[in-house]
Design a protein around this ligand. Structure first.
Ligand SMILES: [Zn+2]
Length: 147
């Protein structure tokens, strides 16, 4: 069931899992005979976001070169919703520079429409702060579930 489901995972764990998943796909591909379709009807469509670097203060979050992380995420969310992913993975550096509570408030507001159509999983990067994240996302379903 779609909903706000944020499961913080460490970036290292994500890469380890992704690598194993990639290895499994490669292995599966090696077993497929040439010309045969490997489609099983069980495909899953996921959206991958990374380094959103959303800042609580939009002006503070803008890069002098014109890079606007808040606007970028705001612009991509409707596109993702239109594509109906089964899940969304935000692979770290969700917040701007130090992971302030205000950064996560903005991030939560930006992701809220997306979380209504697919679970959103957030991994931590070196710009994120677990304590501040958990304060803001305290009511997210994933924070209270065992892996
Ligand atoms: Zn980054």
């Amino acid at each position: 069931m779609p909903g706000l489901f944020l499961q913080p995972i460490r970036r290292r764990d994500f890469f380890k899992t992704s690598f194993l998943g990639g290895a499994a796909l490669v292995l599966h591909g090696c077993r497929t005979s040439p010309g045969a379709s490997s489609w099983t009807g069980n495909e899953i469509h996921l959206a991958l976001l990374s380094d959103t670097h959303v800042a609580g203060d939009r002006e503070h979050g803008k890069d002098p070169r014109g890079f606007d992380p808040w606007e970028n995420l705001n612009r991509v969310v409707p596109d993702l919703i239109a594509r109906s992913p089964r899940g969304v993975i935000l692979n770290g550096d969700a917040a701007s520079r130090e992971g302030l509570p205000a950064d996560y408030q903005e991030l939560k507001a930006l992701l809220e429409p997306l979380s209504r159509v697919a679970p959103v999983y957030i991994g931590f990067g070196n710009h994120d702060d677990r304590k501040n994240f958990e304060e803001v996302f305290a009511s997210a379903a994933g924070l209270e579930q065992e892996c």
